[in-house]
Write a protein that binds this ligand. Structure first.
Ligand SMILES: Nc1nc2c(ncn2[C@@H]2O[C@H](COP(=O)(O)OP(=O)(O)O)[C@@H](O)[C@H]2O)c(=O)[nH]1
Ligand SMILES: [Mg+2]
Length: 242
């Protein structure tokens, strides 16, 4: 892409063949409203033809769509990291690849950052969550526990739609499931974080990749790891040259 890229939209996907075409078209339509940019889908070793659907979408009128592929499944956070690494813009928007986040919220996040240029991470807050009650309750518990133990002041840290500063993200420690802890990790790096209300949609096609097991147990281990990281961190602005 030869022109300056203003925003990179990074979408991690695993077996979302039924969802990615419509989502790519929606993002394409929205990018025009925020000054343009690129769309980076990271296919995490899908086995259902997700990548072929994306290639067809690009050929069918979405030239700013890039398709990056992991040879095998490495996890959602690894896919986000890959997307950020190859992204060409200074600012990254991420959203889930199943269509539950609405790309129409991207301009809302961009506007929040324009209003307060000191912000480095803007997190969506799904005020009306469209999910099963098990998912809603487990998300509420996870967000509540994270809020109390990490003090990240973020009501919905697990929300997939976020806008953040690429270089700050690349300085963070990277680990599986880190995408749920970005507010605490950005704050640990001395960066300002805020949340804005976003909409949420039903998953109408494909199946959820997370159940109670891989969310709850992994979540407890990750939480302990992040608490440890926060305790072992010197203040980010603790020096000056004299
Ligand atoms: N790259 C990658 N993406 C994943 C993986 N598991 C889930 N995702 C993506 O993460 C997003 C959220 O997953 P989803 O199953 O909808 O979770 P839920 O909405 O929390 O139930 C979707 O875009 C999935 O395609 C994975 O192992 N690798
Ligand atoms: Mg989902």
């Amino acid at each position: 892409m030869s022109k300056v890229v203003l925003l990179s939209v990074v979408v991690p996907v695993y077996n979302e063949a039924e969802n990615v075409r419509l989502l790519a078209e929606e993002i394409h339509a929205v990018l025009g409203r925020v000054g343009g940019g690129e769309i980076v889908f990271v296919d995490d070793g899908s086995t259902d033809g997700t990548a072929s659907v994306l290639h067809a979408a690009r050929a069918g009128g979405i030239p700013e769509l890039r398709v990056i592929r992991h040879e095998r499944r490495c996890g959602q956070s690894a896919a986000v990291c890959t997307g950020v690494r190859v992204a060409k813009a200074d600012w990254i928007a991420t959203l889930d690849g199943d269509g539950q986040n609405d790309p129409a919220d991207i301009p809302v996040l961009v506007e929040a950052q324009r209003q307060d240029p000191a912000l480095r991470l803007i997190v969506g807050n799904r005020t009306l969550r469209r999910d099963t009650w098990v998912r809603r309750v487990s998300a509420r518990v996870a967000n509540g526990v994270r809020g109390v133990l990490l003090g990240d002041g973020t009501p919905d840290g697990g929300c997939g739609i976020k806008l953040f500063h690429r270089d700050t993200f690349l300085r963070l420690p990277h680990f599986d499931h880190m995408h749920r802890f970005l507010p605490a990790l950005f704050q640990r790096a001395g960066a300002q974080v805020t949340s804005v209300p976003v909409s949420h949609r039903l998953r109408t096609r494909g199946t959820s990749k997370y159940g109670l097991r891989n969310r709850l147990w992994a979540g407890i281990v990750d939480l302990c790891g992040v608490i440890w990281l926060l305790r072992r961190t010197a203040p980010p602005d603790a020096f000056r040259e004299e």
